[in-house]
Design a protein around this ligand. Sequence first.
Ligand code: TYD
Length: 364
Amino acid sequence: MASSPELSRGSGLPLHLHTTLCVRDLDRARDFYSGLLGLAEIADRPLSFPGLWYDLGANAQLHLILDPAFKGAIANSDKWGRAPHLALHVPELDSIRQRLDERDIAYQSSASGRPAVFLRDPDGNTIELCAVRPPAPQPTPQRTDGLFVVFEGVEGSGKTTQIDRLEVWLRENQAAPVVRTREPGGTELGTQIRALLLDAKTREPIADRAELLLFAADRAQHVESFIRPQLEAGAIVLCDRFTASTIAYQGYARGLDLATISQLNAIATAGLAPDLTVWLDLDPAVGLERARDRGEVNRLDRESLAFHQRVYQGYSAVAAGIERDGRLCRIDASADVETVAATVRSAIGAAIEARSARSEIGVS
Ligand code: TYD
């Protein structure tokens, strides 16, 4: 299926018909749209934020975006971009905005920072005019060596303990070099960014968007100067936190726009995705207590339990999005340390086998 269906019109501008709806529960939505209505999910587009894309045929798509906070019927939504709408791609928006201003026609710019405006046509239909986007940064081809394993979870979920154990086991049982790293703080620049982000004594409150950009800057440097070169050299890279943390903490817990976060993650990673994400699944109330008992309290740990519950909700949503393709392993982190460690080892063992099978048949 073509990823960007287009209709050629007299004007030569490509016309996209798509409808975007918010849903509160992706499993329920999939059950309805795929199971009951039999619609075909678009499988060739990895989504880095929680949602479902459907091919409606005849150049139309249905986009479902997970928004657990969404209330009320879509028709009553005053967020124009979220109502069913017709999207037109146009070469540039400045002159159109100028003409709309001259004629005093109301419009709304995209809240996510995309180059787009929403307005109503004379019949009250919502139209999205979207400036043709500059080509996305070309993802550097995935390397064929190395294995990229990420650990995620709420505070106190035991990531450090499990990475310690796995590292020892891998060194004893694998020929490949093993390196461990973390976010934020996996590089020299990252260490400085980490101090800015996590110092619990910071007097000046850090704006949510500044926080997001600092995590993204840390990641861009980390991928470029450490993770990718290590993978190219054939290492098994164990990383404490990655893109899912940003979705969970800045997206779900802080409430920043998920589509913007997805774009920033794409820029920061330049297309690099983990081969496996291990989610140590633990009730945030239990995790916070564990972390506080150990006296490990950073700026984010000081947030309320409600904040950490939203983080947890974010992880659940990410898991629902990527569990299907086998790149996420959810492990009950309330079990004892050795049980969790054994489950982690078997997940990593399977990922190593899958990786070598793929290299043998020349798939990266
Ligand atoms: P850290 O001390 O490494 O905590 P933990 O041991 O729980 O991993 O601190 C990392 C903190 O940064 C943690 O509270 C999660 C937060 N964080 C984000 O908010 N966004 C991100 O993108 C990343 C990578 C981390």
